[in-house]
Design a protein around this ligand. Sequence first.
Ligand SMILES: [Zn+2]
Length: 198
Amino acid sequence: MPEKTPNSCESCGVAPRPFDSVLYGSSDGGPSRLLCGRCFNLEAARRGGLVDFEHIDFEPLTMSDAHGREHVFQFRTHLFAAGVTIDAIEFNEDQSEGYCFKVIGDEEGDLFELLARLVTKMRRGLANSHLEEGRHGLQIGDPGIVRARIESDPEGETDMPVVVIDGRNISWNEFGRMVATYTGFQFKLEMHDLSDEI
Ligand SMILES: [Zn+2]
């Protein structure tokens, strides 16, 4: 029997990576269990009768952005009702999330193929650069296009979100300042799932 600590997986006893644990509710209404990503996927596959599903823990990967800056990505594989996702997540020094990429595939498909699709998407995403250093701090670069992710601000005193652009956390106020240089312009705001490529 593996030794248990309060935050260890209740199936294998290993402490899950903080971003890769699941509170798994039991179907009979009993208490939910903390599971690592691997044990959750194996349990979900067993319940779903997915005999061909194989969980793979992918090693972290370092990739460079358009400016040659390196970004380290951790991978998380997650089985859900409609398929399997792989997330690539960059953690900044303060543990906030920088770049994040996601792909969705068939639950019994080849996970390495799905990973390859993700890496291609990451490469294209990292090649896009939206911010540049201006006279008054960061500004939106030419051609005036921003791709961003909306995140909550754990340190914020209000419920304003932060936006993550080029892997950087930008406060709502800071984003407002950057947009203010376009006063008089119009813009179109569209929301897309993280698994979409925009
Ligand atoms: Zn486990």
